[in-house]
Design a binder for this molecule. Sequence first.
Ligand code: NAD
Ligand code: MG
Length: 386
Amino acid sequence: MNLRSISVLGATGSIGDSTLDLVRRNRDAFRVVALTAHGRIEELAALAREFGAEVAVVADPERLSDLRAALAGTSIEAAAGPEALVEAAARGADITVAAIVGCAGLAPTMAAIECGRTVALANKEALVSAGEVMTAAVARSGATLLPVDSEHNAIFQCLCGNDPAHVRMITLTASGGPFRDWAGDRLVHATPAEAVKHPNWSMGAKISVDSATMMNKGLEFIEAYHLFPVGVERLRILVHPQSVVHSMVEYRDGSTLAQLGPSDMRVPIASALAWPARMDTPCAPLDLAEIGELTFRRPDESRFPATRLAREAVIAGGAAPAVLNAANEVAVAAFLAGKIGFTRIVACVEDVLARGLPPAPAALADVMAVDHEARVRAAACMEPVR
Ligand code: NAD
Ligand code: MG
């Protein structure tokens, strides 16, 4: 693999950490350009120093002087605020890892895309919200979007350049989350501590709650719809509790290709970082004899209606996915803050969607406006915990 320059947006998060772990183990293969974070200044500054980054950016504009102080004595540039994030994303880097959580990552991700960069996309909320606005920007700028989400990375590998016209079915696998075997009435009482304890993966709090509600799989359904243009009817979800088969592609001739691997995000991240080559990871080899059994079942949308809502939103098109995503972000934050119960998360998303949709967004500014408006509506929909 030739030397690659890399920027990591969301460097202090779970995906950022896994990405930088791979960079650390392959120091000769990467040069770090920009690292960004929301507010963990000390951590960001330590990473920027360790990797000799060109620039470190904190999203909170109030923290610029703190960041400058933390980088004193180095030649690393310090910057702060949403515009600085966009500027950092637009800097020349061979690969930009989009690993900010939520729609907050949309503007920087779009900036990298508009500059025609190669973007390793973990930030699914950005693609879900922007949809065609993002895919049109990719087509216009010649950017390359490499999926990091394990399912989409698996599908990308299984498609391996095959014509999507030959695809009969794409199957997204889902672990089912920590509550997959819970009865519906027990879900009402699920706590934030229980929801963030994922059985197979170690991830940030927001995506862990999304896995528990299955909204993560709903968002991934929409993400897959945009990344792999085979149409809604050729996309399905299967619950696979072992998280070994990360997704599958069935072709018209009856062949199904699956990608398997350990539940370690460093595998799909490495696949994107080295693409189209391959690189080493420290992940334990897959021991199928030890795992013994791989099982699959259909999702239960009566207990977990999020995947139904997502499918309906992608079929409705226009602003619906952005509204669904924004309402979900607000509801998840309210749940984590102890303001609403677990089952209210998806109920709130459904309420906000049912109140009518704004016109389809045609540009980034429209997507941001839809996102903002849906957040206001979602906030109004929160009820205190009873
Ligand atoms: P995380 O919460 O661990 O980290 C989020 C990162 O984004 C942090 O660096 C944080 O500083 C930054 N950030 C948060 N809010 C911000 C804001 N308003 N402005 C700028 N930066 C902000 O999240 P994560 O688990 O690493 O997930 C990141 C993204 O990757 C999400 O979209 C998630 O759905 C996706 N993803 C994560 C995993 C996983 O295993 N963690 C797997 C697949 C996809
Ligand atoms: Mg995933």
